[in-house]
Ligand binder design. Structure first.
Ligand code: GRF
Length: 199
């Protein structure tokens, strides 16, 4: 399966996916391109170091629809079949989502549907939950809302800060995203309403 990864920053999930594809852990796949909306994204360097083509498509004052149209064109030009959001800090337009039906995934650092949006780890601490975690899900038109593929729980400790909790969750994000993509690439699932059922 031809995979395209969208990033905006550090790119540690992107690097984990690339390494899993290159080692064959995610089988029969190729990461075709890493696209960032930010020239400064550290992940661009990580992608180049791993031999992956990179592209920066900045917003440049354009509307979401105009920007997304260019991203979709570049992905389609390369025959990308699966789009992985990995710390991509922009909401996708409906046109983008319709261009890749059930073929866009995201990872979010909380147990959805709790703590959507920015600063999910701080939201979890402020709410006082004792467990949080991470979620890999399909992307639909609402923020952090699409059908859930996999989740992993992580303890929230009394002395946690957003930084310590983020680090503990991130340790599990990489493996969880790789596991979810392996299921998708092997087509070992079906979607029933909001439920992703494994075969
Ligand atoms: C991760 O915590 C991910 O869950 C969230 O953004 C962060 C991206 O980190 N969506 P990285 O760029 O993959 O290192």
């Amino acid at each position: 399966m031809k995979i395209g990864i969208l990033i905006s920053g550090r790119g540690s999930n992107m690097a984990a996916i690339v390494e899993a594809v290159q080692s064959g852990l995610i089988p029969d796949s190729e990461v075709i391109a890493v696209i960032s909306d930010k020239t400064s994204a550290e992940g661009l360097i990580k992608a180049k170091e791993r031999g992956i083509d990179t592209l920066v498509i900045s917003r440049n004052g354009r509307t979401r629809e105009e920007h997304d149209a260019e991203v979709v064109t570049e992905l389609k030009k390369r025959n990308v079949e699966l789009v992985c959001l990995a710390g991509y800090m922009r909401l996708l337009s409906s046109e983008f989502i319709r261009a890749f039906p059930n073929r866009i995934t995201n990872i979010h650092p909380s147990l959805l549907p709790s703590f959507k949006g920015l600063n999910a780890q701080q939201q979890a601490i402020d709410y006082g939950v004792k467990v949080s975690g991470c979620t890999v899900h399909f992307v639909d038109e609402a923020l952090d809302h699409g059908a859930i593929i996999l989740q992993k729980t992580v303890a929230v400790l009394d002395d946690d800060t957003a930084e310590t909790l983020s680090a503990r969750i991130l340790e599990h994000e990489h493996a969880l995203y790789v596991e979810a993509l392996t299921i998708i690439v092997k087509r070992n699932f079906e979607i029933l309403g909001r439920r992703v059922i494994f075969r």
